[in-house]
Design a protein around this ligand. Sequence first.
Ligand SMILES: [Cu+2]
Length: 132
Amino acid sequence: MKRLVLGLGLVALAVISAACSGGSGASPSAPAASAPAASAPAGDAITVSAKDLKFSTASITAPADEAFQIVFDNQEGVPHNIAIKDAAGAEKFKGEIVTSTTITYDVPALAAGAYEFWCEVHPDMKGTLTAG
Ligand SMILES: [Cu+2]
């Protein structure tokens, strides 16, 4: 009888430790942010949505010389993102490609000027971004 109790105790321990190790493995994946966390108010965010292989706007305006956010709402089951390059073609920002979801992009500060934004999956999806 004593042996059985000991055995049950070991089984219980094994179950507990298995539950612990299983639980600690799943942590929410946070995108790596290279810039320090900006606490910009949500009201400042620019909103762009994608549907039917088109962006909701062909022209967005952002503040110059300060980080800003783009709330990107991909409304369809087709992968899209927003990337930004300057007039010379140098990439300034590359947003995570998402499908059927809304994501908030933290875009680093851009100098005043004209930029192009586009979807890397569908280069025909594009528009102009004016920082100023
Ligand atoms: Cu796309």
